[in-house]
Design a protein around this ligand. Structure first.
Ligand SMILES: *Cc1c(COP(=O)(O)O)cnc(C)c1O
Length: 363
């Protein structure tokens, strides 16, 4: 490696990612545990066959049908009406975030977020030569303090502020008042990453409701979590038409394959059945948080499909113990905490049984 003319910022780095291990119960990357229904599988297979007949041609560069359907979905989910031109789609919301930094970050510019938060943001900042800074969240509630946030914006003058809401790995949703205050405090772009929005508890609003009055706001979403479509790689953003037009400048030509667009449209046609599963997962999440507290553990309030719990003097030992019992969770977040995704009822039971054993073994 040392002879390669690698950029200084990349020297010594390993490709990042959660371990992909062959384990009976995988609760480590916040996937939806329910596979697509047989009806969805059949409809998607038909749509793929149709798309493949045209694969000698490049796909619709603007992914117009998909963006139209995403706008319709968001209208139903959050009650916010959007034009197709206000919606953007790419290969996972991670690609959308990279495009945001390609367009609004770059050398001499800074992106700001609030830690602990999603571990991929600093990678995209690095890859686009954008400086990366974080301000801390509250150690106990993981909330973002209003005054501290405004101070950080004044100090660092970021051109992009990332707020994950609900936050990964803590599950914390951000009040919209803070989004508004940050948007007022900066001339930069404010990104609210709503990868887990569909799992939010009743009464927690989506930042989509702010789009009409906040011209520099981008709300990103994904089909990877609630939609149970992580393998398809579809993420999207809602923003002003002007912002979307800027993202269209930096996107690779034909970035979203015809097959991806076709299966995503089919999945959106099945949104109702998927939303029923989401309701079930939210209930499971709340029950799991209650159960963990009953075990005497600390649990962060979660609006997502995972729960951060602790605190352990040696979290690595707990993580490893669970793995030895065939349950893979995630060693992430502040020291002492672990994150578990909400699985099927059977998977959750396996996790609980294993955790009781492991805590007994370690005590
Ligand atoms: C999972 C996740 C995403 C989604 O990534 P995709 O590229 O759409 O699969 C985005 N943001 C956060 C905080 C996440 O946890």
């Amino acid at each position: 490696m040392s002879e390669l003319p690698i950029r200084d910022e990349l020297r010594g780095f390993e490709p990042y990612g959660a371990p992909q291990l062959d384990v009976p119960v995988c609760l480590n990357v916040n996937e939806n545990p329910f596979a697509p229904s047989e009806q969805l599988v059949a409809d998607a297979a038909r749509a793929v066959a149709h798309a493949v007949r045209d694969l000698n041609r490049y796909p619709d560069r603007e992914a117009t049908t998909l963006r139209e359907r995403l706008a319709t979905y968001l209208h139903g989910e959050a009650g916010v009406a959007l034009d197709t031109g206000q919606v953007w789609a790419a290969n996972g919301s991670n690609e959308v975030m990279l495009q945001i930094l390609q367009a609004f970050g770059g050398p001499g510019r800074t992106a700001l977020s609030f830690a602990p938060t999603y571990s991929m943001y600093p990678e995209y900042a690095r890859d686009t030569s954008t400086a990366w800074v974080t301000a801390p969240r509250d150690e106990h509630t993981f909330a973002i303090d209003h005054d501290d946030a405004l101070k950080a914006v004044a100090e660092h003058q970021p051109t992009v502020v990332f707020i994950a809401s609900p936050n990964n790995p803590t599950g914390t949703a951000v009040p919209l008042g803070l989004v508004t205050a940050l948007h007022e405090a900066t001339d930069g772009i404010v990104v609210v990453d709503e990868a887990y929005a569909e799992f939010r508890r009743d009464g927690v609003p989506s930042a989509l409701t702010l789009l009409a009055t906040h011209p520099r706001l981008i709300v990103t979403r994904t089909m990877s979590k609630a939609f149970a479509f992580a393998g398809a790689r579809v993420g999207y953003a809602a923003a002003s038409t002007q912002i979307v037009d800027v993202l269209r400048i930096v996107r690779l030509p034909y970035h979203l394959s015809a097959v991806t667009q076709a299966v995503a449209v089919v999945a959106l046609e099945h949104a109702t059945e998927l939303q029923a599963r989401v309701a079930q997962l939210r209930d499971e999440r709340d029950a799991l948080a209650v159960w963990l507290r009953e075990q005497g553990l600390e649990v962060a309030d979660s609006d997502a499909n995972f729960v951060l719990f602790g605190r352990f003097a040696d979290r690595r030992a707990v993580w490893q113990g669970l793995l030895d019992h065939g349950v893979l969770i995630r060693e992430t977040g502040p020291d002492g905490w672990l994150r578990v995704s909400v699985g099927t009822p059977e998977e959750t039971t396996a996790f609980k049984v294993a955790l009781i054993d492991v805590l007994k073994e370690l005590s």
